[in-house]
Design a protein around this ligand. Sequence first.
Ligand SMILES: Cc1cc2nc3c(=O)[nH]c(=O)nc-3n(C[C@H](O)[C@H](O)[C@H](O)COP(=O)(O)OP(=O)(O)OC[C@H]3O[C@@H](n4cnc5c(N)ncnc54)[C@H](O)[C@@H]3O)c2cc1C
Length: 401
Amino acid sequence: MLKYDLCIIGGGPAGMMAAIASAEREKSVILIEKNNDLGSKLILTGGGRCNLTHVGLTNREFVSKFGKNGDFLLSPFSVFGTEELLDFFRKRGLELEIEEGKVYPQVKNSKEVLAFFKSQLKKNKVTILTNSEVKDFLFKDKKIEKVLLADKKEIQANNFLIATGGKSYPITGSTGDGYAFVKKMGHSITELKPALTPVETKEKWVVALKGLTLQDVSIRLNKEKGVLGEVLFTHFGISGPTILNLSERIKSKDKIYIDLFPKKNIEELEKEIMISFEENFKKTINNVLSEVVPFKLLSIILNFSDIQKEEICRNITKEQRKKLVKNLKNIELNVVGLLGFDKAMVTKGGISLKEIDSKTLKSKLVKNLYFAGEIIDLNGESGGYNLQMCFTTGYVVAQSI
Ligand SMILES: Cc1cc2nc3c(=O)[nH]c(=O)nc-3n(C[C@H](O)[C@H](O)[C@H](O)COP(=O)(O)OP(=O)(O)OC[C@H]3O[C@@H](n4cnc5c(N)ncnc54)[C@H](O)[C@@H]3O)c2cc1C
């Protein structure tokens, strides 16, 4: 039976990167994926554009986006950080563009990123098995000898990499299989929780705003200080990078307030609106305000302020104006709860870092086993951090065997 240098379980970003980087080092590699295609989650990333990484930060700043576990990444990042990842893509022909630190493929299409990975896998002669679910690991002399597939096939290798991802967005194949495998081998799994999770709100009017993104607004959780960022309305509530990053601290019954004009205080905004009403006294309020507030949201805010859309500016009372200003600076949303693993971007928790050598990503318990990607107890903020972590850990595994 053919024996590979490296057998990788999981054809996501971490597994594909490890496969390419080790095949480029002349290793024989097999990549096993249970779906009928590779990268099912990758193609959903960044709203279909793939936010591949985040530039402009030192390695220490970058790893701090992973909370207290981030220091584990310092060693892997010293081998393959953001600059090395950009070089990796560019040297192999994937052009990139940067928007406020976030790195995307220039083609603006995640399917092209997947096509890039597939072409590199092919070029480097990686054997790919799709529609092949790993069911078990078989041991000999305290080392893994082979994996057993659902169709009873066995694959032998000298080294094994588990890159099966977390358990969020299970529709993409990340169903948490890897946790069961490694538990059986004696590894500990820290508590698993959905992270970077959209928020469900009590307010049903959000449905009408589905797809609308508010940029440069202030978002305040309960009585905390507001943070500047963006809000994306969905059919069930709100999402978008700022909300996802806040989600770890959001719970049911919390209140979230959106300030559409964070750079102006109430008095300044009221004065500005008053002047605008005076200048446009014959126009409808809808007409005047739709220049500064998105149309659909404006209808809702006017409704809250007991003002008819077609009302002429000169007819707006002082009381109505005050209510309007208050609503523009304080849209209140009541949290029902967070969407669970089904819709979480990542999984918090995973294989305990204490049991993984950070220089090699090798298991400290099983001699020929490695880990990469989201299965490890590492989860970062939204903004390209998680994919970079997957690429970095995958790459380092490839250098370690
Ligand atoms: C909607 C969405 C958008 C996102 N956007 C971004 C973004 O823009 N930027 C960013 O940095 N991060 C983003 N993320 C997070 C990022 O996609 C993940 O962190 C990343 O995909 C994890 O990569 P991975 O290789 O570890 O695992 P995965 O991508 O989960 O891949 C694991 C693979 O293993 C396979 N597998 C599992 N079990 C088995 C088995 N038993 N046998 C064989 N194969 C198996 C699965 O089918 C899967 O294909 C997003 C996540 C979601 C859900």
